[in-house]
Design a protein around this ligand. Sequence first.
Ligand code: IMP
Length: 192
Amino acid sequence: MKRLIFATNNKHKVQEVRAALQGHVEVVSLSEAGLEGEIPETANTLQGNALQKAQWVWERTHTDCFADDTGLEVDALGGAPGVYSARYAGEHCSFNDNINKLLHALEGTSNRKADFRTVICLIENGEQHYFEGRVDGQILTERHGTEGFGYDPVFMPDRFAVSFAEMPLDVKNSISHRGLAVAKLKEYLEAQ
Ligand code: IMP
């Protein structure tokens, strides 16, 4: 089975992506690969950050690897927080802080349209390949559900009446930004 190092320290993401690629790819976490340290994420695009993270692993291991970068793009905020979604409420802020700031910024706003966009950068034999996934939805006015992570409790995808945090992981994976990007990665790997 093909082995790929996933350049993330986020356990939720490893779990999600491992489930999606089960039986096709052995997804190795950074700690399993013996890699420690803070991966730089200083680009100002999702693609740039995904490349930066994957390159960090490639330079240290010369092993095929991939990284993803995701942004929540809110229509009424001109696409913010976008590439800055993780640190929207400041350095070292929590998921809760980010949600509070977002709900506050959208108070009294009827346009709640938003999307999540993920870009994956795969480095295979030193060559870069990109895969993108996007899901459209709405920002709710309050939190719903306890599953998932990040902005999940306040994001309701189109054609659903529940938030991401109210969905079982396999349902979220089948429609989510990262799920769609990972499906494209899987399709690419299967075609080899
Ligand atoms: P990252 O660049 O993929 O780590 O994502 C940046 C930020 O976007 C994360 O810190 C989360 O706040 C948010 N995010 C990414 N993916 C999801 C998701 O599936 N649900 C909710 N929030 C997410």
